[in-house]
Design a protein around this ligand. Structure first.
Ligand SMILES: Nc1ncnc2c1ncn2[C@@H]1O[C@H](COP(=O)(O)OP(=O)(O)OP(=O)(O)O)[C@@H](O)[C@H]1O
Length: 352
């Protein structure tokens, strides 16, 4: 099973200050403080996933015996890839957000080489793995996951956060089969527009490729790609290289498989459009327009938010709490965690 782990970030970067908030609209969750934990508070069990800057481990608290996921980022790698600002953004966003379908972070700490983020452990694995195993989802299953994603996006957008990296790899399933969106590495708090080229090739909106200013609209585009992929088993602009994929995205020609329902084609045509004045979600009524689309007519949004709706798939978590059999295996490597020597990068990560 291969993850498409290529992400593209350009040093075009957001132009400083433009449209970015100085202070957040979200309440600061006081329980999350920096340096609240140390490595000694956890026993590291295994690797759950790897990313561009480090890995995510399953860990167990030596105090309360509970399982958590710790995301570790190598400072040197973050700096090499010019991701200091995004990393600090990720920490800040995760500290702020509080929603049933978004990952919860408990705290952060650092040593001289690495940054650590302590999060809830979500046992059901990635939506990506389930999708590859299933090849494609039946209409109601895709609709259920899409609807939970919409509630998460609605919440983020209401707080002026663009997520920017929606894809099945970043959607985890909890033990009951509800989604949790993880990886806020590209999330950004903006009140107008931004410019950074980031995301994953297949999911990038045309306005991002064309380096035009963009906003929350990019997440609605990615939602369209996600729904397409869940129903088809492949993405609409798939090609062998990112460059060819970008070309296809800019051409904007989508072929809808004949087994797609007419309702969903209508929805996708309105999401996967480069015309920002017509893209659903990006219009006057925002997320409401998406939620009231006929494809979602049977969704009772309040019940869904309350998790008061039966999930279509319950992850087979056989070994009880802390089971990690639904995650792929990654080769374990020697860990250089806990170094307390000289830290040449200390000034870049004072929030951790
Ligand atoms: N809270 C969690 N519980 C369980 N598994 C998790 C959790 N957070 C992350 N993972 C696993 O680790 C993987 C990598 O996490 P994440 O995407 O946050 O890392 P990343 O370094 O930002 O990766 P990328 O370079 O792909 O953006 C996820 O796809 C998932 O499989």
């Amino acid at each position: 099973m291969e993850h498409q782990n290529e992400q593209y970030m350009s040093t075009l970067e957001s132009r400083p200050g433009l449209g970015e908030r100085q202070r957040s609209l979200l309440p600061q969750r006081s329980a999350i403080s920096k340096g609240k934990y140390t490595l000694h508070d956890f026993q590291i069990l295994r690797t759950l996933g790897t990313g561009s800057f480090g890995r995510v481990h399953l860990v167990r608290s030596v105090h309360n015996g509970r399982y958590y996921a710790i995301k570790v980022l190598k400072k040197q790698q973050v700096i090499k890839m010019k991701q200091i600002e995004h990393t600090n953004d990720e920490r800040r966003m995760l500290k702020l957000v509080d929603h049933p379908f978004l990952i919860r972070m408990w705290g952060t700490f650092q040593d001289s080489r690495n940054l650590f983020m302590v999060m809830d452990y979500i046992e059901g694995g990635e939506l990506f793995s389930l999708l590859r195993k299933s090849q494609r989802f039946p209409n109601p299953v895709a609709k259920f996951f899409a609807a939970e994603v919409i509630l998460a996006l609605e919440y983020l957008h209401a707080h002026d956060i663009i997520y920017r990296d929606l894809k099945p790899e970043n959607i985890l399933l909890d033990r009951n089969g509800h989604i949790k969106i993880t990886d806020f590495g590209f999330a950004k708090e903006v009140d107008t527009v931004t410019w950074t080229l980031c995301g994953t090739p297949d999911y990038i909106a045309p306005e991002v490729i064309a380096t035009k200013p963009y906003n929350k609209s990019v997440d609605w585009w990615s939602l369209g790609i996600l729904i397409f992929e869940m129903l088809a088993g492949f993405t609409p602009f798939y090609d062998t290289t990112p460059m060819k994929t970008y070309e296809k995205i800019l051409q904007g020609k989508v072929t809808y498989p004949p087994f797609f329902h007419a309702d969903v084609v209508d929805l996708l045509v309105k999401l996967i459009t480069s015309d920002l004045t017509r893209r659903l979600g990006n219009l006057q009524s925002g997320a409401k327009d998406v939620k009231s689309h006929p494809w979602f007519s049977e969704v009772i949004w309040e019940k869904l938010l309350a998790k008061d709706i039966e999930t279509p798939y319950e992850p087979p978590i056989t070994a009880g709490v802390g089971d990690s059999s639904l995650f792929d295996q990654y080769p374990e490597e020697h860990l250089d965690y806990g170094c307390q020597g000289e830290d040449p990068y200390a000034q870049y990560f004072i929030e951790f």
